[in-house]
Design a protein around this ligand. Structure first.
Ligand code: PLP
Length: 397
């Protein structure tokens, strides 16, 4: 097996021992069509023109790299924030859906499907489907639809059909199953837009490449600020791991840059109410790839828990399983309490209310031993508007 770069995907779809495509035979033609075509398409000048022009004029890229002076003072290092919270729709997820919708058009697909948990990926998908005039169906667990009403209505305003998944626990895993079933039955005309660096190869690699615009920008922006393109640390929260993969991507093979991934520990890793996959999980297969996931001794997936819906996932993308396993990445986990406190702190110190997902990355600052000359980039993956109700219920501000 030939590995071109140590931490990027190899030609068989693996990151070290993680990744691959563990799929039912009936899904094979769909995944194989993508695998054969994705690199050819996304590296073509025509695709790149469209992708970068939409990222610029529609999403609002490049997003700023902001030197956070008061936060830096507090933690005794030079801290920069990559402002993905300023992307259209409020988070990094749209970088991926823009890429996939252009790809779907080039593959001549007539219809889009997606799964969503909290609804953020559903909204990012509904947005680009409206933009491109493609019909879209988003599968969402019935319980999640109840919990995330504003996002359900956002998708409907954008013209997307939201279908309730009524089986099992009526949450994300069941929505994923229904989307897969639809895809198996409509292989020719439908593209399935997955929302994080998870799923069978080539999805994790394709999505990491779309999100890698984040670290591409960090490099030249940091050079403008400091004269150097490499920070000492890049930090990001990890649900499935797409914003982290994007922030790490162009630093993966530069081992002077420490990659810090932050998972959600919910009420605590020993409470049975956590989503800290690397701390609690074991190797297994989840949603079509070999990775690390939270499971019972007999292999049943354990329901994760986090106050933040976007981090409430029982696995991590295979790229992160490899970063953890190889020691290339440092993994922290922070509780609901720590994350909420960090979210309020950022609001007070910098006038930025972060998404609760992103607040997890900030909470890890106090777990590191930073030196005054250290340069730190934190990926601020999204804004807190969607979380206002959770902040209000939390109340401690
Ligand atoms: C969905 C989401 C995440 C988690 O997803 P990743 O794929 O791990 O990036 C993090 N932050 C925000 C703001 C999100 O909406």
């Amino acid at each position: 097996m030939k590995t071109l770069e140590k931490y990027k995907v190899d030609e068989h779809g693996y990151y070290g021992k993680f990744g691959g495509a563990y799929i039912p035979e009936m899904l094979y033609p769909n995944v194989e069509e993508l695998r054969e075509n994705y690199l050819k398409i996304i590296e073509s000048p025509d695709f790149l023109d469209q992708f970068h022009s939409l990222l610029k004029d529609y999403v609002g890229r490049p997003t700023p790299l902001y030197f956070a002076e008061r936060l830096s003072e507090k933690y005794g290092a030079k801290i920069f924030l990559k402002r993905e919270d300023l992307c259209h729709t409020g988070a990094h997820k749209v970088n991926n859906t823009i890429g996939q919708i252009i790809l779907a058009k080039k593959l001549n697909k007539k219809r889009i499907i997606a799964e969503t948990g909290a609804g953020q990926h559903g909204v990012a998908t509904a947005t680009v489907c409206a933009l491109m005039g493609l019909p879209c169906t988003v599968y969402m667990g019935e319980i999640d639809m109840e919990r995330q009403k504003p996002n359900v209505e956002r998708m409907r305003i954008l013209g997307t059909e939201v279908k309730a998944a009524k089986s099992g626990s009526k949450t994300l895993k069941d929505a994923t199953n229904e989307a897969m079933r639809h895809w198996i039955n409509n292989p020719v005309d439908t593209h399935y837009i997955i929302g994080s660096v998870v799923g069978p190869h080539p999805f994790p690699d394709m999505i990491a490449r779309f999100q890698s615009v984040i670290s591409e920008e960090i490099k030249w922006q940091l050079k403008e600020h400091t004269g150097k393109e490499n920070p000492n640390y890049v930090m990001a929260c990890v649900g499935g791991g797409s914003n982290a993969a994007g922030a790490f991507y162009h630093y993966l093979d530069n081992e002077d840059v420490h990659l810090v991934a932050v998972e959600a520990a919910g009420l605590g890793n020993d409470t049975g109410k956590s989503a800290a996959t690397t701390q609690l999980g074991k190797e297994g297969v989840l949603h079509g790839s070999k990775t690390i996931l939270m499971q019972t001794p007999d292999g049943q997936v354990v329901e994760p828990y986090s106050i933040s819906a976007g981090l409430d996932y029982p696995g991590i993308g295979p790229i992160h399983a490899h970063l953890f396993d190889s020691g290339r990445g440092t993994f922290h986990s922070v509780t609901d309490e720590e994350a909420m406190t960090a979210g309020i702190e950022l609001s007070r110190l910098e006038g930025i209310i972060p998404a609760i997902e992103s607040a997890h990355a900030f909470a890890a600052l106090s777990k590191m031993s930073l030196k005054p000359n250290d340069t730190v980039v934190i990926n601020l993956s999204g804004r807190g508007d969607k979380d206002l109700e959770t902040y209000i219920k939390w109340g401690k501000y």
